[in-house]
Design a protein around this ligand. Structure first.
Ligand code: GLA
Length: 385
C-alpha cells in the first residue's frame, strides 16, 4: 500500500486529534448528515409554491420520506425585494400567500422546510442578500417555520467568511428556533477549519455538474478534509445529481455510493414527481443510506489504489464493520481487490453487497469483485473473528 493513504490506526489517531480541540456548533441538529431535496440542480430559478407542494407530496408518496429524506429546501430565486421595514419579500406570483403557508404544508406532510439566502448583498441570482439584515432575516425565517437555511457567498466582496457565517449562526440562535445551518462558500476559505463551530454543514467545492468528471473531481478533493466531519458538522460535496439525466445509472450508483461513504448530506436534486424506477432504486437504497447515516459519523476516505483508476474507499461504521466502495474510474469493466490491511481489519469477515442486497460469504485477507466501467461495487465487510 502506498504511503499516501492513511492506515486505519492513523485514521483513528487523526480523528482523535482533529475532533479533540474544536468545539463543534451545539444546536443539537444534524447528528447524522441531513437528507432531503433542494430545488437548484434541476429547477434553477423556476421555483414556485406549487412545485414545493408537489415535491412534498412526492417525498411522501415515493417512500423518500420514510427512507429518511426530511428537508424540502427552496434554493435561490424565491425572494424579490425588501419592504419598507427591511423584511424580505417573496415573489408573490410564484408564492401567493407567502412562505409561511408553504412551510405549514410541508410540515403537514411530516417533513421539514428549508430556504436559501446569501451572506453578501445579493444572492447569486441577484436577489436580496442578508448582509446587514441577519437578525431580521433569521427572525423572519423562524416565524415562518423554517427548519434549514442554506447561506450562499455571492456578492460578498471584502467580507470575511468566518465572521459573516458566525453572525448568521448567532442570529439563528437568537431567533430561538432549531434551524440547520448550511454554509455554502464553495470551500473558498477552508471552511472545514471553522465550519464545525459555525454551521452543521459546509460546501467544500464549487457547484457540481451533472457529469461524471465533475462528480469525480469533487470526490478527489474530499480525503484531505475528511477528518473534520463528525455528528452535527459535515463536509458538503454538494447536492445529488442522481436522476437528472447527465450520467448513466452505473455512474449515478457510483455517485450515490461515494456520497454515502463520504458521510455527505444526501440532498436529492432531481424532479421527484417523475422518477423512473432506476432513479428511485438508487435514491431509496436503504443499505447505502444506512452507511451514510451511520451513528459513528466518520467520513470515509480513499485507502487503496491497486492500479491507476481503480480505487478502494472505506468508511468505518459504528458496529466495527467497514463500508467499502470499489470504484472503477476506467472505461473498461475490471476486477478490483480490497485487502483487509488496507481497510483496517484482520481475520475472517462476512461480505454483503449493498446494491444486489446479497450476502457474498466469508473471506480472509482480501475481497475482490468485478466492477463495471465508471461504476462501483459497494459492500459492507464485518469481521467475524
Ligand atoms: C451557488 C450555489 C448553488 C446554488 C446557486 C443559486 O452557485 O453554490 O448551490 O445555490 O448559487 O444561485
Amino acid at each position: 500500500m502506498s504511503a499516501r493513504f492513511p492506515t486505519f490506526v492513523g485514521l483513528v489517531l487523526g480523528l482523535a486529534a482533529v475532533r479533540g480541540p474544536i468545539l463543534p456548533l451545539d444546536n443539537g441538529l444534524a447528528r447524522t448528515p441531513p437528507m432531503g431535496w433542494n430545488s437548484w440542480n434541476h429547477f434553477g430559478c423556476d421555483v414556485s409554491a406549487q412545485l414545493i407542494r408537489e415535491t412534498a407530496d412526492a417525498m411522501a408518496a415515493t417512500g423518500m420520506r420514510d427512507a429518511g429524506y426530511q428537508y424540502v429546501v427552496i434554493d435561490d430565486c424565491w425572494q424579490v425585494a425588501r419592504d419598507r421595514s427591511g423584511r424580505i419579500v417573496a415573489d408573490s406570483a410564484r408564492f401567493p400567500g407567502g412562505i409561511k403557508p408553504l412551510a405549514d404544508y410541508v410540515h403537514s406532510k411530516g417533513l421539514k422546510f428549508g430556504i436559501y439566502t446569501d451572506a453578501g448583498r445579493q444572492t447569486c441570482q441577484g436577489r436580496p442578500g442578508t448582509y446587514g439584515f441577519e437578525e431580521l432575516d433569521a427572525r423572519t425565517y423562524a416565524e415562518w417555520g423554517v427548519d434549514y437555511v442554506k447561506e450562499d457567498w455571492c456578492h460578498a466582496e471584502g467580507l470575511d467568511a468566518p465572521t459573516q457565517y458566525a453572525k448568521f449562526r448567532d442570529a439563528l440562535a437568537k431567533a430561538g428556533r432549531p434551524i440547520v445551518f448550511s454554509i455554502c462558500e464553495w470551500g473558498s476559505n477552508r471552511p472545514w477549519e471553522w465550519g464545525p463551530r459555525t454551521g452543521n454543514l459546509w460546501r467544500t467545492t464549487g457547484d457540481i455538474q451533472d457529469r461524471w468528471a465533475s462528480m469525480i473531481a469533487i470526490v478527489d478533493y474530499s480525503t484531505q478534509y475528511a477528518l473534520a466531519a463528525r455528528p452535527g458538522a459535515w463536509n458538503d460535496p454538494d447536492m445529488l445529481e442522481v436522476g437528472n439525466g447527465g450520467m448513466t445509472d452505473d455512474e449515478y450508483r457510483a455517485h450515490f455510493s461515494l456520497w454515502a461513504v463520504m458521510a455527505a448530506p444526501l440532498m436529492a436534486g432531481n424532479d421527484l414527481r417523475a422518477m423512473p424506477p432506476a432513479t428511485r432504486d438508487i435514491l431509496l437504497n436503504k443499505e447505502v443510506i444506512a452507511v451514510d447515516q451511520d451513528s459513528l459519523g466518520a467520513q470515509g476516505m480513499l485507502v487503496q489504489e491497486p492500479a491507476p483508476d481503480l480505487q478502494v474507499w472505506m468508511k468505518p461504521l459504528g458496529d466495527g464493520s467497514r463500508a467499502v466502495v470499489l470504484l472503477n474510474r476506467s472505461a473498461l469493466q475490471t476486477a478490483i481487490p480490497a485487502t483487509w490491511r488496507g481497510i483496517g481489519i484482520g481475520g475472517t469477515a462476512r461480505v454483503r453487497d449493498l446494491w444486489t442486497h446479497t450476502d457474498l460469504g466469508t473471506f480472509t485477507r482480501r475481497f475482490s469483485a468485478t466492477v463495471p466501467a465508471h461504476g462501483v461495487v459497494m459492500v459492507r465487510i464485518t469481521p467475524v473473528t
